[in-house]
Design a protein. Structure first.
Length: 274
């Protein structure tokens, strides 16, 4: 790589920038099985999938062959970096299956059958280095090829030890805690896909009542962290938006999202695919 001369105080003053920079987004979307996470990725601008699990059969999209090793994932990213193409979005589907490939490579490096046998959680720390390599390759696609990054993951329910309250359950990406923290910090947006739920009060008699959750079937994205889920965004997005990439993209551009959904979404054989 070319080297540059060390910056001096004078040259640094000439490099001061101001204002928001429009750059491709690094989006992590996680949610429950079957809610439509892959469909969200397929609606992005000119997407290409790097699949680590076999779940795209019913999605109208272009993808690399199913990656069965971390090396195959990195080869796909390298081909996007150096190859001639017009793709504008890279979608990794899914992160939790990618983690299995990363663990497999760590086990091969350390000549063990199970990552937990490396001892003292060192295996998971070794895995973080490989996660950094993946994120570095994605950053290169973003900065040098102008590609948006969409990372898809499943959700799990974890016990959160909040020092200010009693412990409580919340949704989070289904990754090891070290990998999850790294990817969440790296991403510009961490979005939680879920169903909209209303609560209704049910009278059980004898002055007793209970509250039941009722789902409308409407699929939404939560963009802000709350006790029930992990989420974040750096754009001041509404706390709740439809599970529709066109709406998200319009909000990123500062446009009216209602205009973005005026035309029908791309159809798939199963819009609820993961």
């Amino acid at each position: 790589m070319p080297t540059t001369a060390p910056a001096t105080p004078h040259t640094l003053m000439n490099q001061i920038s101001k204002g928001r920079k429009a750059r491709p987004r690094r989006v992590m979307l996680y949610g429950t099985h079957g809610i439509g996470k892959s469909t969200f990725g397929a609606m992005a601008e000119k997407p290409i999938f790097v699949p680590t699990e076999d779940g795209l059969a019913d999605i109208d999209c272009e993808s690399f062959p199913l990656a069965r090793s971390l090396g195959e994932v990195m080869a796909a990213l390298e081909s996007l970096y150096s190859g001639d193409h017009d793709y504008r979005t890279v979608v990794i589907d899914s992160l939790d299956w990618l983690e299995r490939l990363i663990w497999g490579e760590v086990c091969a490096d350390e000549s063990v059958e199970n990552i937990e046998k490396i001892g003292y959680a060192k295996g998971f720390a070794f895995a973080v280095d490989k996660w950094r390599a993946v994120l570095g390759a994605l950053d290169a696609l973003r900065s040098d090829r102008g590609m948006t990054v969409v990372l898809i993951a499943h959700a799990k329910i974890e016990k959160f030890e909040n020092p200010e309250t009693v412990p409580y359950d919340r949704y989070s990406p289904r990754l090891h805690k070290l990998a999850s923290a790294l990817v969440q910090e790296w991403a510009d947006e961490v979005l939680f896909a879920t169903y909209k739920v209303h609560t209704i009060k049910v009278d059980e008699g004898f002055n007793k009542a209970k509250h039941n959750g009722v789902s409308t079937g409407e699929r939404i994205i939560r963009t802000v962290e709350r006790p029930a889920h992990v989420a974040k965004n750096r754009l001041g997005l509404p706390e709740e938006i439809p599970l529709d990439y066109r709406v998200f993209a319009a909000l990123v551009r500062g446009e009216d999202p209602s205009a973005a959904v005026a035309t029908p979404a791309p159809t798939t054989d199963n819009t609820a695919a993961v």
